[in-house]
Design a protein around this ligand. Structure first.
Ligand SMILES: C[S@@+](CC[C@H](N)C(=O)[O-])C[C@H]1O[C@@H](n2cnc3c(N)ncnc32)[C@H](O)[C@@H]1O
Length: 301
C-alpha cells in the first residue's frame, strides 16, 4: 500500500511541475497526462469518500437518530459497537474501563461518574442510566437514605457507583449482573471509585438470586430497588420480590427505561395495583434526546 502511494506521489508532483519530467529527459505526452489525471481523480475520490464516511459516522447519523429510540439503539448499541469491537479488538466495557483509568481519580466516585459520562457523550454511547436520569436517581437515593439497596442489572457499574457514593455509613448496595465479562469490568470500576466496601456484586441471574437474598445476606427487606436489567424481567422479578417478602411497607422501586425500550406490562401493573403508589419522572434515553423516564413506585404493603 505504502509503495503504491510512493509511486503516485512523484506523479502528482510531476503533474504540477511538468519541468521535472523534462529535467529527467522524459517526453511529456498526452497519455502520461491522462494517466496522472486518473491517479489524481482516484486520490481525490478516496480522500473525499473517507471524509464523507467519517462525517456520516461521527456527526450525521448520530444527529439523525438521536430523536428516534429504535434507530438510536440499533445505531449505537449494534452497529457502532460492532464496528469498534472489530477495529479495536476490544469490547465497549473494556474501552469504558480504560477511559475511567485514564481520566478519573482513584477513590473519587464523582470523577468516575464524570469520566464515564464524558466517554459516552464524546466517544461511545453505552447503556448506563446516564447523566440526565442519573440526577433523578441521585435525588431518590438521597430522599430514601436507604440501608439496603438492590440493583438489578450492573453492566459496567456506573449506576452502582452513583448509588453507593450517596449511601450513609454501613449501608450496602447488592447488585446483580448475569454477564461475567460485564461483572469483571464493573468490579474494577467500583474498585477505582473506592466503593468496594459499600457494594456486593453478584454474578448471577435475578430469577435465581432473588429467592436466596434473605438467607444469603441475612436481611429482612430492601429499602430501595433499582430495576435496570432486561425489561421483560421487571414484572416477574417484582412479583418474585413480593412473594419472597423482600418488600416492606414503604420500600421504593425505581425502574429505568420504562418508555424506551419500555416495560409496558410492568408500568401497567404498578400503576393499576392498589399495592403501589406510582409516579413517572420524564427524562431522556441516556445520552440522546429520545423520551424515556424513571417510574418510582412506593410499595404500600
Ligand atoms: C441497562 S444495563 C444496566 C446499566 C446499569 N444499571 C447502569 O446504569 O450503569 C442492563 C444489564 O442487566 C444485565 N441483565 C439483564 N437481565 C439480567 C438478569 N435477569 N439478571 C442479572 N443481570 C441481568 C445485562 O447483562 C446488562 O448488563
Amino acid at each position: 500500500m505504502i509503495g503504491r502511494w510512493q509511486s503516485i506521489c512523484p506523479t502528482v508532483r510531476e503533474l504540477a511541475h511538468p519541468s521535472l519530467k523534462a529535467r529527467r529527459g522524459e517526453k511529456w505526452t498526452g497519455s502520461t497526462a491522462c494517466r496522472d489525471t486518473m491517479w489524481l481523480t482516484l486520490l481525490y475520490s478516496c480522500t473525499g469518500g473517507a471524509a464523507l464516511l467519517y462525517a456520516l459516522y461521527r456527526w450525521l447519523i448520530p444527529a439523525a437518530v438521536q430523536y428516534h429510540g429504535g434507530l438510536a439503539l440499533i445505531w449505537h448499541d449494534v452497529i457502532v459497537e460492532w464496528i469498534l469491537d472489530t477495529l479495536t479488538h476490544s469490547t465497549r466495557p473494556q474501552r469504558l474501563l480504560s477511559a475511567v483509568q485514564k481520566n478519573a481519580t482513584r477513590g473519587d466516585p464523582s470523577s468516575v461518574v464524570k469520566a464515564i459520562d464524558q466517554f459516552c457523550r464524546q466517544k461511545e454511547w453505552a447503556m448506563n442510566v446516564g447523566d440526565e436520569k442519573g440526577c433523578i436517581l441521585d435525588l431518590v437515593v438521597s430522599e430514601v437514605n436507604p440501608t439496603f439497596v438492590l440493583e438489578l442489572g450492573t453492566y459496567c457499574g456506573y449506576s452502582t457507583v452513583r448509588i453507593a457514593r450517596l449511601l450513609p455509613p454501613h449501608a450496602k448496595v447488592i447488585t446483580l449482573e448475569f454477564n461475567p465479562d460485564f461483572a469483571a469490568i464493573a468490579h474494577q470500576v467500583i474498585a477505582w471509585a473506592g466503593l468496594e466496601d459499600k457494594v456486593h456484586l453478584i454474578v448471577g441471574a435475578s430469577g435465581d438470586w432473588i429467592p436466596k437474598m434473605k438467607e444469603q445476606f441475612g436481611l429482612n427487606s430492601f429499602d430501595l430497588v433499582f430495576l435496570d436489567h432486561w425489561k421483560d424481567r421487571y414484572l416477574p422479578d417484582t412479583k418474585l420480590m413480593e412473594e419472597c417478602g423482600l418488600l416492606r411497607q414503604g420500600s421504593i422501586l425505581l425502574a429505568d427505561n420504562v418508555i424506551c425500550p419500555g416495560a409496558p406490562d410492568y408500568l401497567d401493573y404498578v400503576r393499576r395495583s392498589s399495592q403501589y403508589e406510582s409516579q413517572y419522572f420524564k427524562s431522556h434515553l441516556e445520552y440522546t434526546k429520545v423520551e424515556d423516564g424513571l417510574e418510582k413506585s412506593i410499595f404500600l404493603g
